[in-house]
Every structure is written in C-alpha cells, then in structure tokens.
Design a protein. Sequence first.
Length: 304
Amino acid sequence: MRRGHKWRLASLLGLILLLVSSTIACEQPSSSPVPSMEPPSTVEEGSPQKQPPASEQGIFTVEIGKSDMPSPPEYNLPDCNLAITLGSNSDKGVYVHNMLLRSDSTEKTVYVGTTLSRRGVSTFHVYLPYQTPMIEVVLQGLDGEILFDETLSAPSPATIVKPGEEPLVTTKDASEMVLMIGDFEAGWVRHSAAPIIKEGAQSAYHVYFYNGSLLPLSPPVIQNTIAVYPSIEQAQQAYLSEVPKNVSLENPKIGDESFLDISIPINKRLVFRKSNVVVWLWLQQDMFGDVKPYAKIIQKRISP
C-alpha cells in the first residue's frame, strides 16, 4: 500500500508541474506580433478629412467684392454680381462643404467642397439679388456644423444701365428737396431749417418738424437731412458708411438703395440714396408712425 501510495503521489506531482509549465508558457510574449482586429485608418483619395477641433480650425478670411463674370447659360440668370473670396490661416486646413449667403431679399447655398488653409484662397462668383449692402455669410462643414457666421459689407448694388442711358446727377441744392410744411397734416410745426455741413457734399440741409397738436405731451418728431454729392460714387460711399452692423434692417425699396432701421421702434431711421443724393429721415417719439411716405415725397423731388 505504501508503494502504491507513493506512486500515486509522484504521478500527481508530475501532473501539477506540467500544468504550471504550460501556464507560464502562455503568458510569455509571442515571437510574432498578433495582428490587430481593428481596421486600418485610411482616407480615400478625394474624400474630405475629419474636421479638426475648433481650436485648430484657425481664423477664416472672407471678402465680398464685385464680379462681372457671366453666369452659365443653362442657369438663365443675370451675370454674377458678387465675388466671395475664402481663406484660412490654418496650417492643417479646414474642409468647408457649403457656403450659405443671405441678403435682405433672398438666400442661396453655394457648394464649396474644398479645404481652406494658408496655401491659398478660393473665389466663388455668384449672382445674389440684394438692396441693402449687407450679406450674411455662413460656412458649413460636411455634417452641417457652422464654422463661420458673420454679416459683412458688400459692394453697393450695381444699377444695370444700358449704354447711353447712364444715370444723371442732380444739380439741385439740398434745400430744394427737403420736406416742407405743406407735406404734413394740420397741426405740424416747423421747428428749424438750416444748411449744414456734410463731408464731401456740395450742399446739405436739415429740417425739424413736430406735431404741435399733441402738446404738452411728447409730440412725434420728423427730422430730415439731404446731402448732394459731386458724383454717384461719393454718394454711394456716404450711404454705405451709414449702414449699421449687427442690426436687423428692412428694405423699404426707395431710391437706388435704402434701409430702414427699426431696432428701436419708437425711433425709426430711414436712409436712401438716389443718384448722387443721400437722404436721412428720422421719425421719433412715435411707436406706430410710418416714415416711408415722407421718403417717397422726397424721392419725387430728386431729379436732375
């Protein structure tokens, strides 16, 4: 019995040693690397790469200029009027998929499909109707994420003129075109009327009226300034300098270009340009009044 017991004990010890040696062998590193189960990271040629984090996207540069490039005949549109130049100071590059353009009268989506970086800029020629020279530009990534969204100044809307029909400049003095007491209903009073100085203008005039029938309450006030410039280009520059930024504007469609600022409803401001004349109108202390009829009166007086 003792011999059989010893034999069984020896066999058991041998089996334990064999198991231990097998376990140690499984934990040793393999001499040949085990292939990864994850697919390799590849980018197909021509496919857009994943967007870098916002902190790496860099600063976009967007400029809006004039364009006279013909529109493709199949689109049946007027010639392009805007040239949108896009750039970025990013070293890695930022992929832009679409560009959304919004004006005061319409919006348009333009396919970009390019990566912007320091290496160069891309210019897109488009036709976009607008009256107020402020265009919102939105750049979108592949998944629709917004990369850039700003409202920028655009060139003054070009008036399409046939050869031989160039617009004439007015030779009237500003005092001949401002509002007069006869333009108002009974009860209105002219408080002041005097020439003023407007930089670059040949003549400028300012008038001030209020509704005397509502005294002693705070009466509605109409102020009107008109400036006549030597050229249409100078008048355009004066008009553009008046267009406010980051303010919601209406387009009253008066003159060659115009805007109506109602950001403060009780104090409305309308500015328009016709030919070489710029007109300012303020309707103050009147929540529900309409300033546009006064602008139309002046528009009829502006003629060469």
